[in-house]
Design a protein around this ligand. Structure first.
Ligand code: G3P
Length: 219
């Protein structure tokens, strides 16, 4: 399973990359705004900076919502760096744009997926990734993990190469559950990735090992 970090914060991207487990980055307009990144030149420079840190897979989301504008914006983003994956919303013109990008060999991530039908349509259009939003479904008392299971079944039934990129991950248990369900990728905040390595028995076990070593060595 690939690990992406869901942030536009360069320090957090570096920290996750330095851990040696990072396969990519996902951003969205809200995450870019959180870092104070607005306006064409700033956005472009920021995506380039992210691409300089990681090896591949940098999802850059279009703001446009009409076909011609999505194409223009997406092609400009894709031209920045071969690592860029154009992130397109699940709307009618977005589906058409995904088909266009696919035919041109441009990688896409279809975002704001909340149903299996939406994922199926994005896969039909040739999306490289679909991003079902687990946490936001859980927030409205709908089972986000069930959606991952349903999409996995559908994609496997027909051999769709589109990868399931589980998004809106809220914690380490979401990551483990996605791994059990066969998601191809998770994108998570740094805190959820770091939380995976924590266990109180690891901490107390290590403290005992170090104390025993110190005692035996007469330190
Ligand atoms: O990047 C898309 C998705 O991961 C957003 O997550 O936490 O805003 O629901 P969240």
């Amino acid at each position: 399973m690939k690990f992406f970090i869901d942030t536009a914060n360069l320090d957090q991207i570096k920290e996750a990359y330095d851990l040696g487990v990072l396969d990519g980055v996902t951003t969205n307009p809200s995450l870019m705004a959180k870092e104070g990144i607005t306006g064409g030149a700033n956005v472009t420079a920021h995506y380039k900076a992210i691409c300089d840190i990681v090896d591949d897979n940098v999802s850059a989301e279009v703001i446009a919502t009409t076909f011609d504008e999505i194409i223009a914006e997406g092609e400009a983003l894709a031209a920045l760096n071969p690592k860029i994956v154009v992130k397109v919303p699940m709307i009618k013109d977005g589906v058409k744009a995904i088909k266009y990008f696919t035919d041109k060999g441009i990688k896409t991530n279809c975002t704001l997926i909340f149903s299996a039908g939406q994922a199926l349509l994005a896969a039909k259009a040739g999306a490289t990734y679909v991003s079902p939003f687990l946490g936001r479904l859980d927030d409205i008392s709908t089972d986000g993990l069930q959606l991952i299971e349903d999409i996995r079944l559908i994609f496997d039934n027909y051999g769709y190469p589109t990868q399931i990129l589980a998004a809106s991950i809220r914690g380490p248990l979401h990551i483990v559950a996605c791994a059990k369900l066969g998601a191809d990728v998770i994108t998570a905040p740094l805190s959820a990735i770091i939380a995976l390595l924590k266990h109180p028995l690891t901490d107390s076990g290590l403290a005992t090992f170090l104390a025993d070593h110190k005692k035996a060595a007469g330190l």
